[in-house]
Design a protein around this ligand. Sequence first.
Ligand SMILES: [Mn+2]
Length: 314
Amino acid sequence: MEVTIKEAAEKIKSARHIIIAPHVNPDCDGLGSTLGLYHALTKSGHDVKIFVDDEIPEAYHFLPGWEIFKKPDEKIKDVDLLIVLDAEPERVGRVTTIADAPILNFDHHRSNTRTADFLYLEPQRAATGEIMYELLKTLDIQFDLNMAVCIYTAIATDCGFFKYSNTTAYTMRIAGELLDIGVRPNLISEALDQKKYDDIKILAAVINSLELYNDGTVAVIGADKNIVDNCTSTEGFVDIARIVEGVDVAVLVKYAGDELTRISMRSKNTDVATIAEALGGGGHVRAAGCTLKLPFAVARQKIITAIINEMAEK
Ligand SMILES: [Mn+2]
């Protein structure tokens, strides 16, 4: 059932032992929102544990408290509330199996499956980080620097550092307030922008894979097995396709196994959430993705066809 932010805050107030978890394949919105809420609730006297059923990319180790995350390996007793952030409960891996507690879900993805016991869903928000800001205000919690850094990072990364169309005046007002608390945006950008030497060298192969379709409106980058094996992160690859002049839809096709391929899409006009949802994935109108149980080359062709068909309908 859907709840208001006030009702969500009441659920949290009346819970003592709380678990918080972001989705698997975690990004900075999921991790930053989880850590921001962790710092806030710990400070206000709750007993909070945070879990992520995945590895945390090294690039995100600047987030204060990242090392507190545990893997969901054993049952946790006496949990009052399980808070799931930035995705539906199906996407937190084994975390939902380690505790018997009602699930309170905060998300901004239109594709949320609405299976949580209590859901606060706001697709107008640029990031779950914005919802966390709203929640902490509702809970009347004073921001400290750790909370501010985590929530700023969550928001900034999901709106492309205030460049994407989901950036609103509200987004920037929150960011401004977090800067007043002491967040230094240059330090966060520098931490996230820096790449390993090998990851820069592999960009030559990534750029070489760039191809255009549909009169230059669809740009496809292919991170095949060779590329994936020789880099530590594919973060930012899709942006290379996104900035090509005349491109509406940018796609990253990424090898994830011989019969498994991950697709990430960004767009300027086309609704890529609809395309992703039709293939079992999800996301936002301008940024969405899916995983196909197909070999790399087959998946690549399938997504190109799906995008061109969707664009033809408009
Ligand atoms: Mn998000």
